[in-house]
Design a protein around this ligand. Structure first.
Ligand SMILES: [Zn+2]
Ligand SMILES: [Zn+2]
Length: 173
C-alpha cells in the first residue's frame, strides 16, 4: 500500500510566470490516504501557475473502499472526482482551511482527494441492493449463511391478527 504519494513537486512552476501550465497523469493500482483505500486510481490534471499559487484542475477515477452500512463488509465503489482547487503559495498567504504548496514546492493532493471522495460516495453505501445485513442477535453475516437465532419475521400488523386467532382458538377449548 502506497501512502503519501499524492505529493507533487511544482517547484518548477513556482519559478515560472503566471499562466505557465503543466499536465500531469497519474496511475496507482492501490493508494491509501489516511483511513481511505483507493484501488485502480487514475487521474489527469493540469497545474497552472497563478498569481496566488498553483491551480489544479482535472479528473480522477477510482474505486473507493467503504464499509457496507448493513453488513460492514468492505466494498469498492466506483468514484469520479472533479478537482478544481487553488493551492496557495507561499503558505502564509492562504486563508484558513485552504490548501497550500509547502516551502519545498510540494503540493499534497491526498487530503483533497479524500475530501472529494467523501462527496462522491453514496450516503448509505450497500455492498449490494438486497444486502441482508448482520443478525442483531449473533452478528452473523446473513448474506453468507442463515444463523440459528429465532427471529420474529412476522409483520407486526399480522402478529396482532395472529394473536386474535390464537385467542379465538383458546376460547373454543
Ligand atoms: Zn452489505
Ligand atoms: Zn443470529
Amino acid at each position: 500500500m502506497v501512502n503519501g504519494h499524492m505529493r507533487f513537486n511544482v517547484g518548477y512552476l513556482l519559478e515560472s510566470p503566471p499562466g505557465t501550465k503543466s499536465d500531469i497523469e497519474v496511475e496507482f493500482p492501490r493508494l491509501r490516504v489516511d483511513e481511505f483505500n483507493f484501488k485502480e486510481l487514475t487521474g489527469k490534471f493540469r497545474a497552472t501557475r497563478t498569481g496566488e499559487g498553483i491551480f489544479f484542475e482535472g479528473r480522477f477515477e477510482t474505486l473507493t473502499a467503504v464499509d457496507c452500512v448493513r453488513c460492514l463488509t468492505e466494498t469498492f465503489f466506483p468514484t469520479e472526482m472533479i478537482m478544481e482547487e487553488l493551492f496557495y503559495y507561499p503558505a502564509s498567504t492562504a486563508p484558513p482551511g485552504e490548501y497550500v504548496v509547502d516551502r519545498d514546492g510540494d503540493a499534497d493532493l491526498g487530503p483533497l482527494l479524500r475530501e472529494l471522495s467523501v462527496l462522491a460516495l453514496p450516503m448509505q453505501p450497500l455492498c449490494r441492493p438486497d444486502c441482508q445485513g448482520l443478525c442483531p442477535e449473533c452478528g452473523e453475516n446473513l448474506n453468507e449463511r442463515a444463523c440459528a437465532c429465532k427471529r420474529d419475521e412476522i409483520d407486526p400488523r399480522l402478529a396482532v391478527l395472529q394473536q386474535l386467532i390464537d385467542n379465538d382458538d383458546g376460547g373454543d377449548n
